[in-house]
Write a protein that binds this ligand. Sequence first.
Ligand code: AMP
Length: 193
Amino acid sequence: MRVIMLGPPGAGKGTQAARLADLLGIPQLSTGDMLRGAAEKGTPVGLAAREVMARGELVGDQIVIDCVRERIAEPDAATGFILDGFPRTLGQAVAFDAALAAAAIKLDAVLELKVVEAALLDRVILRAREAKAAGLSVRADDNAEALKVRLDAYHKQTEPLTDYYRGVGLLRTVDGMLPIDRITTRLLIELQL
Ligand code: AMP
């Protein structure tokens, strides 16, 4: 099963992608995690992305397209994957379609989590607080200032993808304000599982 998760920052894409990945036995591919990992390791890509990410802006299309293209070619992604945080622009979606076509594979669904925008800041602040309490590192972009930029990028660059995937009959929208378990159940239903 090959699935894309769509939704604004703080919608719960990561949480639900991890659950679906676990249930389906396929990897969760988060471009945010890949970029944060690269930044921690201090690779050229990571160092270039670090400041952009901290501001809440999107990193260049080609960087993430290359990361995803390489990652989906690894053996554990051969039977499927849950993409979380990619694609985020029309350019990425079109390039991804071309990469899938070249590999003769097809997407099964694009799952959109719909949330009330007013809830997003609370969720992001809670995530930062929980990470701190657990002794984990707090994301540099989990604050009100960066969230404003991330939301702006979402509305301008990522939201148009809902029309793109609706147009090819792949979009499935689920209420992201439901309790976590119910969202997972709804997503599984949308995947006809
Ligand atoms: P996320 O963990 O998905 O919230 O992503 C954190 C940050 O990583 C984003 O705000 C962007 O700066 C960067 N990023 C992650 N995925 C992408 C993508 N597909 N395209 C561009 N930038 C991305």
